[in-house]
Write a protein that binds this ligand. Sequence first.
Ligand SMILES: Cc1ncc(C[n+]2csc(CCOP(=O)(O)OP(=O)(O)O)c2C)c(N)n1
Length: 699
Amino acid sequence: MNASPKPLRQDVDVGSLQWRSVLRQIARSRALDDLEESTLLPQRKVLYQFSARGHELTQVLLGHQLTGTRDGVGAYYRSRPLALSLGLPLEEALASTMMRAGGMSDGRDIGVVFNLPRKKGACVLPVCGGVGAQYTPAVGWAQALRYRATVLGDKDCENSIAVAHGGDASTATNGFWAALNIVTTERLPYLFFIEDNGYGISVPSRLQTPGGNIAKNLAGFHGLRVLDGDASDPMAAAALIENAVMGVRSGGGPALIRLVVPRLSGHSGQDTQTYKSETEIVAETDSDPVEKLRAQLVPRHISAADWESEIEQGRQAVAAALAQVEARAAADPARVRRHMFTEIAADGSMELQQQGGTRCEGVVPPPGTEHANPQGPRINLVTAVRRTLERELGMNPRMLIFGEDVGRKGGVHAATLGLQEKFSSARIFDTSLSEEGIIGRAVGMAAAGLMPVPEIQFRKYADPAAEQLNDCGTMRWRTANRFAAPMVVRIPGGFFKCGDPWHSQSNEVQWLHGLGWRVAMPSNAQDAVGLLRSALRGNDPTIFFEHRALLDGSWARRAYPGDEFVVPFGKASLLREGTSLTVVSWGAMVERCEQAFVDTGISGDLLDLRTLSPWDRDATLASVRKTRRCLIVHEDTMTAGFGAEIAACIAKEAFFDLDAPIERLAMPDVPSPHSPVLLAAVLPGVAAISRAIKTLAEI
Ligand SMILES: Cc1ncc(C[n+]2csc(CCOP(=O)(O)OP(=O)(O)O)c2C)c(N)n1
């Protein structure tokens, strides 16, 4: 059960609701907005204010319905009344908007961008600033509920549901449509809770959806129950919300409810609403759901004095919370770099997030060994990936693989061939063609305690999921380690026999700026096994880049190194040791560098970084200090490629150890070309690498 406030002793039951408890929560929310708008914003103690004035009634009514043990909520910046009704303490709400230490984000994120980790009771997934970003993670939560109930036998998940709360403009976003498509095709226990206040900042609803009413437009959508109502009739709205929630909870499939509400303040504290006419503002004020509620309850069910007393108690509760918050310290700059990744203490213990991933549900993966125990003939990299997935699936019933064509077909690269037959379509499944849906769903599944392993079919096709990838990477940091979404995203990419701007990009540097991601780019089958296993047993989101040229490349073939073999992230592999120079590379360029050393006969160190986040600075600097010359070779384009970062690091840390300028060899700043002739002209080849090695060694 959730932690919503207990009904009052002398509560007023109308229908199935205790209205005095509803009023109490509304009063608190409104008093909080009053305080921020009238005092804290002008005093600059709050820098961003998003008033929920006008939205309180419907949200509190929803909160009263979210009684499932593992209900999950995707919310947005105007969802604070909902969060308060689900148990967010007033003090925490205020401490966050006032950027105080501790609490929901430790001063890192906008106050209304909140989260509520919970193992029992409605859990609010970390809210994002991006409109529409809440929808697909809530889908993942719904799918995890089903998986946990039907496959893991988790009774708590049986009657629980996912709800995604958004405004009218959010129904125009990619996230909304991706979620709608998935929950209806999969018939998931999911409710879209749309509050239509007529505007997205200043843009009216009619420009967000034709005719301005998303409920009308979706009335015939297959597999979706649609309800439409208005907050200006509180009793009817309450009945409709109850109906919507109960329908989903009782197995009726997904639903969408739209409720018309007035936005009684500007979009945010800065918005003066000059785009609304005076008449419109008066009409909105007249339709205030709180006043409508008063008219229905007073004096028939509550006396005017009792009503005023509840409003006054709301103010007092907020004043008391303010006093507590004013006594709290400001967010501490000394902590701002913490919680980008899992932190491991000196004694080896992890400082786990409160929610998300399998470890904080008590799953302890086996330790693994860095000692390879090569078995059998050499296998190609794609077989190495498949075999590792198979082994880990066998050990971890919470691991799920999904993506386009990964099921019956076994993936367009054959990495998941046969896995669905072996582990069932509940665990290995095809998705609709929506990368936002694939990654967003993975975020929700991870938050719900599973280990999702989504596949993006080709490198460039990760772009539609950019928002979810970004929000996943920053989740641990922005919630100050309350939430994290560990997952392994497998992405094949890079050139093959030919190139092209879609399937063949490498562009790994994008993930290095996508903060919070660990990034692996193995050059051979043995490392692929060890890195993938590390990632699958890890506690951080990881991009696992499978290079297309290496999937069946003969150089990359190695014997399977054993079922417990792991390669730790951030540890380069020294493939050759020598004296004249250091060559640093990763992915498909490693093989070419190796060949260039053979062809030139020059003695040098060849470092295969294997992972770029983190990257092995120590090994790189130690080698360069020894050889005094460095060449960096990568497939990604030159400008701001990862080689620039390595070069800057060497220049700063080892400048006086260098006998020659640091050299880089990379693709020029053009997309990957299709014709093999053109590709060969731009991709660093063995001959070009050999020339660079010779030139540098001779300086
Ligand atoms: C992806 C994205 N685009 C633009 C914005 C800027 N923005 C913030 S709120 C908003 C309007 C959203 O309106 P709606 O979904 O109806 O919710 P409301 O604010 O009315 O409650 C916009 C455009 C954003 N936060 N995210």
